[in-house]
Design a protein around this ligand. Structure first.
Ligand SMILES: CC(C)(COP(=O)(O)OP(=O)(O)OC[C@H]1O[C@@H](n2cnc3c(N)ncnc32)[C@H](O)[C@@H]1OP(=O)(O)O)[C@@H](O)C(=O)NCCC(=O)NCCS
Length: 130
Protein backbone atom coordinates (compact mmCIF):
# COMPACT_ATOMS: atom_id res chain seq x y z
CA UNK A 1 0.00 0.00 0.00
CA UNK A 2 1.44 3.43 -0.93
CA UNK A 3 2.57 5.60 1.96
CA UNK A 4 3.20 9.30 2.49
CA UNK A 5 6.84 10.20 1.97
CA UNK A 6 8.98 13.14 3.03
CA UNK A 7 11.08 12.67 -0.10
CA UNK A 8 9.91 15.34 -2.56
CA UNK A 9 9.32 14.50 -6.19
CA UNK A 10 12.21 15.12 -8.51
CA UNK A 11 11.40 17.31 -11.48
CA UNK A 12 11.30 14.16 -13.64
CA UNK A 13 9.00 12.28 -11.23
CA UNK A 14 6.67 15.28 -11.01
CA UNK A 15 6.43 15.64 -14.80
CA UNK A 16 5.98 11.90 -15.28
CA UNK A 17 3.13 11.68 -12.75
CA UNK A 18 1.40 14.71 -14.21
CA UNK A 19 1.58 13.09 -17.63
CA UNK A 20 0.53 9.60 -16.45
CA UNK A 21 -2.48 10.96 -14.55
CA UNK A 22 -3.63 13.03 -17.51
CA UNK A 23 -2.82 16.46 -16.07
CA UNK A 24 -0.20 17.03 -18.77
CA UNK A 25 3.52 17.59 -18.28
CA UNK A 26 5.11 21.03 -18.08
CA UNK A 27 8.48 21.78 -19.67
CA UNK A 28 11.17 20.60 -17.23
CA UNK A 29 12.41 24.15 -16.58
CA UNK A 30 8.90 25.34 -15.64
CA UNK A 31 8.56 22.36 -13.30
CA UNK A 32 11.94 23.05 -11.67
CA UNK A 33 10.95 26.66 -10.91
CA UNK A 34 7.48 25.67 -9.77
CA UNK A 35 8.52 22.88 -7.42
CA UNK A 36 11.04 25.15 -5.71
CA UNK A 37 8.20 27.53 -4.81
CA UNK A 38 5.97 24.98 -3.07
CA UNK A 39 4.47 26.02 0.28
CA UNK A 40 3.59 22.49 1.32
CA UNK A 41 3.13 19.24 -0.55
CA UNK A 42 2.11 15.64 -0.14
CA UNK A 43 4.08 12.90 -1.86
CA UNK A 44 2.73 9.37 -1.93
CA UNK A 45 5.13 6.55 -2.79
CA UNK A 46 4.73 2.84 -3.43
CA UNK A 47 8.23 1.83 -2.41
CA UNK A 48 10.38 4.34 -4.26
CA UNK A 49 7.81 4.99 -6.97
CA UNK A 50 5.88 8.25 -6.85
CA UNK A 51 2.18 7.36 -7.29
CA UNK A 52 0.36 10.34 -5.79
CA UNK A 53 0.85 14.00 -5.00
CA UNK A 54 -0.70 17.35 -4.24
CA UNK A 55 0.81 20.77 -3.61
CA UNK A 56 -0.15 24.14 -2.19
CA UNK A 57 1.45 27.19 -3.74
CA UNK A 58 0.92 30.88 -3.06
CA UNK A 59 2.01 33.93 -1.07
CA UNK A 60 1.88 32.06 2.22
CA UNK A 61 -0.18 34.73 3.97
CA UNK A 62 -3.29 35.80 2.12
CA UNK A 63 -3.76 33.56 -0.90
CA UNK A 64 -2.79 30.03 -1.83
CA UNK A 65 -3.88 27.44 -4.35
CA UNK A 66 -4.11 23.67 -4.33
CA UNK A 67 -2.44 22.24 -7.44
CA UNK A 68 -1.19 18.96 -8.88
CA UNK A 69 -3.71 16.67 -7.16
CA UNK A 70 -2.96 13.39 -8.90
CA UNK A 71 -3.00 9.65 -8.33
CA UNK A 72 -1.38 7.32 -10.86
CA UNK A 73 -4.07 5.41 -12.83
CA UNK A 74 -2.76 2.11 -11.39
CA UNK A 75 -3.87 3.32 -7.94
CA UNK A 76 -7.02 5.36 -8.57
CA UNK A 77 -10.41 4.71 -6.95
CA UNK A 78 -8.84 3.21 -3.83
CA UNK A 79 -9.40 6.21 -1.59
CA UNK A 80 -5.90 7.63 -2.08
CA UNK A 81 -7.06 10.94 -3.57
CA UNK A 82 -9.19 11.57 -0.50
CA UNK A 83 -6.29 10.62 1.80
CA UNK A 84 -3.96 12.97 -0.06
CA UNK A 85 -6.42 15.88 0.27
CA UNK A 86 -6.89 15.19 4.00
CA UNK A 87 -3.12 15.10 4.56
CA UNK A 88 -2.58 18.24 2.48
CA UNK A 89 -5.17 20.20 4.46
CA UNK A 90 -3.71 18.95 7.75
CA UNK A 91 -0.26 20.18 6.69
CA UNK A 92 -1.83 23.49 5.60
CA UNK A 93 -3.45 23.97 9.01
CA UNK A 94 -0.12 23.18 10.70
CA UNK A 95 2.08 25.41 8.55
CA UNK A 96 -0.04 28.24 7.11
CA UNK A 97 -1.90 31.03 8.89
CA UNK A 98 -5.61 30.82 9.56
CA UNK A 99 -7.82 33.08 7.43
CA UNK A 100 -5.67 32.30 4.37
CA UNK A 101 -7.84 32.05 1.23
CA UNK A 102 -7.26 28.61 -0.28
CA UNK A 103 -8.66 27.97 -3.74
CA UNK A 104 -8.34 25.51 -6.60
CA UNK A 105 -9.54 24.90 -10.11
CA UNK A 106 -11.35 21.55 -10.24
CA UNK A 107 -11.12 19.53 -13.42
CA UNK A 108 -14.44 17.95 -14.45
CA UNK A 109 -14.97 14.75 -12.44
CA UNK A 110 -12.93 15.85 -9.45
CA UNK A 111 -15.49 18.25 -7.90
CA UNK A 112 -16.79 15.64 -5.43
CA UNK A 113 -13.33 15.02 -4.07
CA UNK A 114 -12.92 18.71 -3.23
CA UNK A 115 -16.43 19.27 -1.93
CA UNK A 116 -15.86 16.37 0.48
CA UNK A 117 -12.73 18.20 1.66
CA UNK A 118 -14.76 21.32 2.43
CA UNK A 119 -14.27 23.40 -0.72
CA UNK A 120 -17.28 25.29 -2.06
CA UNK A 121 -17.91 25.89 -5.77
CA UNK A 122 -16.90 29.34 -7.08
CA UNK A 123 -16.59 30.65 -10.61
CA UNK A 124 -12.95 30.35 -11.67
CA UNK A 125 -11.13 31.42 -14.84
CA UNK A 126 -7.72 30.60 -16.21
CA UNK A 127 -5.44 30.97 -19.21
CA UNK A 128 -2.14 29.54 -20.31
CA UNK A 129 0.47 32.28 -20.73
CA UNK A 130 1.42 32.50 -24.39
C1 LIG B 1 -8.91 13.03 -9.10
C2 LIG B 1 -8.01 11.95 -8.52
C3 LIG B 1 -6.82 12.59 -7.82
C4 LIG B 1 -8.81 11.15 -7.50
O1 LIG B 1 -7.95 10.18 -6.94
P1 LIG B 1 -8.51 8.78 -6.43
O2 LIG B 1 -7.46 8.14 -5.60
O3 LIG B 1 -9.01 8.00 -7.59
O4 LIG B 1 -9.73 9.27 -5.54
P2 LIG B 1 -10.47 8.48 -4.38
O5 LIG B 1 -10.45 7.01 -4.66
O6 LIG B 1 -9.93 8.93 -3.07
O7 LIG B 1 -11.92 9.04 -4.56
C5 LIG B 1 -12.33 10.19 -3.84
C6 LIG B 1 -13.53 10.81 -4.52
O8 LIG B 1 -13.09 11.42 -5.71
C7 LIG B 1 -14.15 11.36 -6.65
N1 LIG B 1 -13.63 10.70 -7.83
C8 LIG B 1 -12.47 10.07 -7.93
N2 LIG B 1 -12.28 9.64 -9.18
C9 LIG B 1 -13.35 10.02 -9.88
C10 LIG B 1 -13.75 9.87 -11.23
N3 LIG B 1 -12.99 9.23 -12.12
N4 LIG B 1 -14.92 10.37 -11.60
C11 LIG B 1 -15.69 11.01 -10.72
N5 LIG B 1 -15.37 11.17 -9.43
C12 LIG B 1 -14.21 10.70 -9.02
C13 LIG B 1 -15.28 10.61 -6.01
O9 LIG B 1 -16.15 11.55 -5.41
C14 LIG B 1 -14.59 9.83 -4.93
O10 LIG B 1 -15.40 9.54 -3.87
P3 LIG B 1 -16.28 8.16 -3.87
O11 LIG B 1 -15.34 7.04 -4.14
O12 LIG B 1 -16.88 8.15 -2.50
O13 LIG B 1 -17.27 8.33 -4.98
C15 LIG B 1 -7.53 10.96 -9.61
O14 LIG B 1 -8.66 10.42 -10.25
C16 LIG B 1 -6.62 11.59 -10.63
O15 LIG B 1 -5.41 11.68 -10.44
N6 LIG B 1 -7.20 12.03 -11.76
C17 LIG B 1 -6.41 12.59 -12.86
C18 LIG B 1 -5.84 13.93 -12.48
C19 LIG B 1 -6.91 14.90 -12.07
O16 LIG B 1 -7.91 15.06 -12.74
N7 LIG B 1 -6.64 15.58 -10.93
C20 LIG B 1 -7.52 16.57 -10.41
C21 LIG B 1 -7.22 17.88 -11.02
S1 LIG B 1 -8.30 19.15 -10.41
Amino acid sequence: MPEFSKTPATVREYCDLREASGLGAFPMENARIGLANTLTAVWLRDGDRLVGMARIIGDGGCFAQVTDVAVHPDFQRQGLGAKIMAQLLQQARETLPSDLYLSLIADPGAENLYEKSGFEPRYGMSLILP
